[in-house]
Design a protein around this ligand. Structure first.
Ligand code: ADP
Ligand code: MG
Length: 686
């Protein structure tokens, strides 16, 4: 984009003072360029008025009518209830937050125009907190109304006004060279204008589905930029030097002997691939993908051993303190017989102990440290860090940002990096998301696992669930029972879990039922997990904290409530907690009826397959364009417009363009990266 846009601060716009600008900053918007690339994530049709009688549940519509009654209701929550009538019928507007002035205004029984999506309420169709205006005479909007990602304190109207203002800036007229010269693609400025202010004759269905040519063009650009960013990181990394780490065969053999099991062929192959990298003088950046239970930890241990026996330090990072503690236990058990002592450093450590550990690390006396990502933010200093292992489990997207964690240390060697993920990543995506990494796949489970039998059951069959649970526990199975997360709050999760705990204790008085959730202290969580692993607890009620890799070989029965609300990948991860021993395992997926067609299909995939890659591919295939916008915010990579489920057919093309740009048009490549990802420094720190 033209330099002017990239360099002009949003504060130069009318009406954007320090307060507003700070709010926009929170959305990642600093410059006019950022603002223009803040794209609508959906559209609302406010071009016509819908008669009340023709409203559909959850379908946004403009209605116009007369206020005929206003009352304050005192129920579970106080609400202001307004009855609105047009010639076709009437409905209720409900406000849970309202001011005296607002109430007064409505009591004057004005004619209103409202926009909202009706839902079924106590009195038939209701609109909760609709946007409304008193002047029903204003002209209707002529085109679709964009809806933007926003945060607290930022209204849609504010964003719309600000973007409209930016769109009329004189600097915009410069135009921009198209991504691919002489192609049929519209240029960037045309696309942006089209998407922020769709023309009246736009193909509405196409736009709503994210398939408008302008949306697709920008998606292609963004995917290309993302690839370029990764290629660049890879190139930078290859210019650095790393310590060459050579395995000590006798130590390897000793370690292997005391493990008590043979490595699978897949593990042995991946370990060999890693050893190749570690021996090189350029830093390794390798992703190990392996389904839950495929045995990634031991692969990490072999890598750590090579680094330590070569005189280097190792840092292992886990996503949670519980997992860090589990890894610490495992590594201690494995490495201590070889004379190495891994240290656990977490936030809950006593300050004096922590300091002792950190000092030892700094002086180079400690060979291995295990902790959470916080390890890197808390002034932990190494004397010769040679290998970083990141157990990311299923968190997409963080890898790239971690990639150059060691930034800015000129002339010093860069540690090797090993990233382990349990996310089965469909092959089409690997190319995009991990273009800067080498990949190894552990595509085999250790022998002796029995398949998990999965059943899909309606929530109202609870009695039968309780019976099965009792039976299973009688046969000494342990049963985790995760309860569904109710986004977005861990507090609500915790409450739901408490309720379930009470129910289970009441219904199953002979069994030991405990609870673990994210609001508990780390020490408490640790205690609960220890009891569960030791078999003192038979049923563990959990919010999804257990999904992140806890290894309890005894657990062989799992119930997941409201399974239809979880993503397939998440379900697969959760289910992977059981079925690790030789015992037969059962997983019950409970759903809240009625089950929609899509959910039925999704749960069917879970019932019929236990192959993480297959499940991930199916998940992508089933989630049609209609469903993707909601999922997009849920993590993975935060693209501005591209959607991997919808736009995956663009990946090969993005890949090709990126390659050409990187080698032939460096300037344009830089511009693309900065436009979509920010400056690379920014990107790495994100
Ligand atoms: P994940 O890949 O999900 O992190 P883990 O590393 O936790 O899996 O391994 C799961 C379990 O399988 C652990 O109890 C581990 O000791 C065991 N395991 C790993 N590799 C093998 C193997 N080759 N043979 C038998 N058991 C193994
Ligand atoms: Mg693991």
């Amino acid at each position: 984009m033209a330099d002017a846009l990239r360099q002009t601060d949003i504060r130069t716009l009318k009406g954007i003072g320090p307060a507003q600008s700070q709010k926009l900053n929170r959305l990642g918007i600093h410059t006019i360029q950022d603002l223009l690339l803040h794209l609508p994530h959906r559209y609302e049709d406010r071009t016509r008025i819908t008669p009340i009688a023709a409203l559909n549940v959850e379908q946004g519509a403009v209605i116009e009518g007369d206020v005929v009654q206003v009352a304050v209701q005192f129920g579970r929550r106080r609400s202001l209830v307004v009855t609105l009538r047009d010639t076709s019928g009437q409905l209720t507007l409900r406000f849970f937050h309202f001011s005296k002035a607002q109430q007064k205004g409505l009591e004057a029984k004005p004619r209103l125009r409202c926009y909202g999506a009706p839902r079924r309420g106590a009195s038939g169709l209701e609109l909760y907190h609709p946007e409304y205006s008193l002047s029903a005479t204003a002209p209707l909007s002529k085109t679709l109304t964009p809806v933007y990602p926003a945060t607290d304190g930022i209204t849609q109207n504010f964003i719309r006004r600000t973007i409209t203002q930016a769109l009329s800036l004189p600097i915009l007229t410069e135009g921009l060279p198209p991504l691919i010269p002489n192609s049929a693609y519209p240029d960037l400025m045309t696309c942006l204008k089209h998407l922020h202010a769709p023309p009246e004759d736009v193909d509405v269905m196409q736009l709503l589905a994210g398939l408008d040519p302008c949306q697709r063009t920008l998606a292609l650009e963004e995917l290309t930029a993302y690839q370029l960013g990764l290629v660049k990181i890879k190139a930078q990394l290859s210019m650095r030097s790393a310590p060459s780490l050579i395995p000590d065969q006798s130590q390897m053999d000793a370690f292997h002997r005391q493990l008590g099991f043979q490595l699978t062929a897949a593990q042995a192959r991946v370990i060999e691939e890693i050893f190749q990298d570690l021996g090189s003088k350029t830093p390794m950046l390798r992703l190990v993908q392996g389904d839950v239970g495929s045995g990634k930890t031991v692969v990490a241990a072999f890598s750590a051993l090579v680094a330590i026996t070569s005189g280097q330090q190792v840092a292992l990072m886990a996503p949670t303190e519980i997992l860090a503690a589990q890894h610490h236990q495992t590594f201690e058990q494995w490495l201590q017989p070889l004379g190495m002592v891994p240290r656990l450093i977490t936030g809950s450590l006593k300050a004096s102990v922590r300091k002792t550990h950190l000092d030892a690390l700094n002086r180079g006396e400690t060979e291995m440290v295990i902790g959470t990502h916080a390890l890197f933010q808390e002034g932990v200093e190494f004397s010769r860090l040679g290998l970083i292992i990141i157990d990311e489990q299923h968190r997409f997207g963080v890898h790239q940002r971690m990639a150059l964690r060691d930034k800015g240390r000129e002339n010093q060697s860069t540690p090797h990096q090993l990233i382990m993920t349990a996310t089965p990543i469909p092959r089409t995506l690997t190319m995009t998301l991990y273009a800067n990494m080498d990949c190894s796949i552990i595509d085999e489970l250790p022998p002796g696992r029995t398949p998990i039998e999965t059943r899909v059951l309606a929530n109202n069959k609870r009695q039968s669930v309780m019976e099965r649970l009792t039976d299973a526990c009688r046969q000494a199975a342990q049963a985790p029972w995760p309860c569904t997360p109710i986004p977005p709050s861990e507090t609500l999760n915790a409450q739901a879990a408490e309720t379930l705990l009470e129910e289970l204790r009441r219904e199953l008085p002979d069994l030991a039922v405990e609870l673990i959730h994210g609001k508990m202290s780390n020490a408490d969580k640790q205690q609960v997990m220890t009891d569960f692993k030791a078999g003192h607890t038979q049923i563990l009620v959990a919010t999804t904290v257990i999904e992140v890799g806890v290894d309890v070989p005894n657990a062989s029965f799992m119930v997941i409530e409201n399974a239809e609300r979880l993503g397939l990948t998440q379900l697969h991860q959760l289910r992977g907690r059981i079925g690790r021993g030789a015992k037969e395992s059962y997983c019950l997926l409970l759903y809240q009826p009625p089950l929609g067609q899509l959910s039925k299909q999704r749960l069917g995939v879970m019932r019929d397959s236990q192959d993480g890659f297959h499940i991930a591919e199916q998940d992508l295939a089933i989630r049609g364009p209609g469903d993707v916008l909601g999922e997009r915010q849920s993590g993975e990579v935060a693209f501005k417009i591209a959607d991997l489920a919808r736009d995956d057919d663009l990946l090969p093309q993005a890949h090709r363009i990126a390659q050409t740009l990187a080698s032939q048009q460096e300037e344009q490549a830089e511009a693309l990266i900065s436009r979509w990802i920010g400056t690379v420094e920014h990107y790495q720190q994100a």
